[in-house]
Design a protein around this ligand. Structure first.
Ligand SMILES: Cc1ncc(COP(=O)(O)O)c(C=O)c1O
Length: 382
């Protein structure tokens, strides 16, 4: 008998108390009980986004929130810029390509963060850009982009241009704040740092972006945020919501506030540091430089053979699941998720397994090396 350890960058483990919260039994979504729960959720959710505005909660996966941002903030014929630094930037580009938009792709080398200076030069060469879209954490490479610097570039370009951030793999693990960082819209999903099963998506907009949402016509329906914000005025949803996931959401937000948001972020940073130092001690090359590393996921490079061996052996012999590379990075990197209901002890568990796997595979003695390097950071409460 073995307990599985899920260390993928989504979906992530769900706490037992959250499963219990989700099994309290279904109740109607047009009841005072739901209304009360929804109001409480709003109160606890908004500080995570750094907004005082209502956050739309959609019953669909993260991609729906990416599309919702696209259809609610830009109109047919508008010019948009997409910062593409990996698979999920590509997803924004795919969505934009389905609409009647002038799409400008700003390519960033995979594994690097967007450089605000270079981006400024690029953006200044374009006319009338309505919105700039980026990931916070590009999950496929484990990079965290410098959001507040990019926001400055966007707002200095034109004060009406909107800055939209996909924080599906950042919100709840990385310090995000719409007000402080001048982000006009943040979208996210439930199955990553918010430690819920998949199935909910979130869209937060500031007042500028809300004006845009309200000014656009009727070329959207299920993702029409006007309906969500109108329903939220009375703490309801326009359609039948995933009530069970709402019950879970209510619980994970309690967990986050019980730990405190600051300590949640510090725990994520702490796990990142432990893992990076431990992986280096195993002579695995970190894919992303220190200053661009996400607090939610870490990638290392190796040979395709070693990657396959590590991944398969972790799964088969240690019951630990991690992720490989996607698209251009398939067979080139492995990614370890450290977000949500994950803890420093989980980092020790995977590093210890990797010590064993690599000692056997390479005929070298790594025992204790990664653990020592990680433990030096374990007590360094960021
Ligand atoms: C940064 C990012 N954006 C968007 C998505 C898509 O979310 P979903 O698969 O929930 O639709 C993901 C999923 O991994 C992601 O990591």
């Amino acid at each position: 008998m073995q307990e599985e350890l899920l260390l993928t960058p989504g979906p992530t483990p769900v706490a037992r108390r959250t499963y219990q919260a989700m099994s309290q039994g279904i109740f109607g979504h047009r009841t005072s009980r739901f209304k009360e729960m929804s109001a409480g959720i709003q109160e606890k959710l908004q500080p995570l986004f750094g907004t005082d505005n209502p956050v739309a909660v959609l019953t669909s996966s993260g991609t729906s929130a990416l599309e919702a941002a696209m259809v609610n903030l830009v109109d047919d014929g508008d010019s948009v810029v997409l910062i593409v630094s990996g698979v999920f930037g590509g997803k924004f580009a795919d969505i934009a390509g389905r609409y009647d938009l002038n799409v400008h792709v700003y390519d960033v080398t995979w594994g690097e963060a967007a450089d605000p200076k270079a981006f400024k030069e690029y953006l200044n060469g374009l006319d009338n850009v309505t919105a700039v879209f980026t990931q916070a954490c590009e999950t496929s490479t484990s990079v965290l982009h410098p959001l507040s610097e990019l926001a400055d570039v966007v707002h200095n370009y034109n004060e009406d241009t909107l800055f939209v951030v996909d924080a599906v793999s950042a919100l709840g693990g990385a310090d995000m704040n719409m007000k402080r960082d001048k982000i006009d819209c943040i979208v996210s999903g439930s199955q990553k740092a918010l430690m819920l099963p998949p199935g909910l998506a979130f869209v937060a907009v500031n007042d500028r972006a809300l004006n845009k949402v309200n000014s656009l016509g009727n070329r959207r329906y299920y993702l029409d945020l006007r309906m969500y914000f109108k329903s939220l005025e009375v703490d309801y949803t326009p359609q039948t919501p995933a009530v069970t996931l709402y019950q879970g959401l209510d619980d994970v937000l309690d967990m986050i506030h019980e730990e405190t948001i600051e300590k949640v972020f510090a725990r994520h940073k702490n796990m990142q540091k432990m893992l990076r130092r431990g992986l280096e001690a195993l002579e695995l090359e970190l894919f992303v430089k220190e200053e661009a590393a996400s607090p939610t996921v870490t990638a290392v490079t190796s040979t395709p053979e070693e990657i396959a061996h590590i991944k398969n052996t972790l799964e088969k012999d240690y019951h630990i699941t991690i992720a490989g590379g996607q698209k251009d990075l398939a067979g080139k990197i492995i990614r370890i998720g450290h977000m949500g209901f994950m803890f420093p002890k989980d980092m020790l568990a995977i590093l210890s397994a990797l010590e064993d796997i690599l000692s056997r595979l390479r005929g070298k003695n790594y025992y204790g090396k990664a653990l020592t390097a990680a433990q030096e950071n374990l007590y360094d409460k960021a």
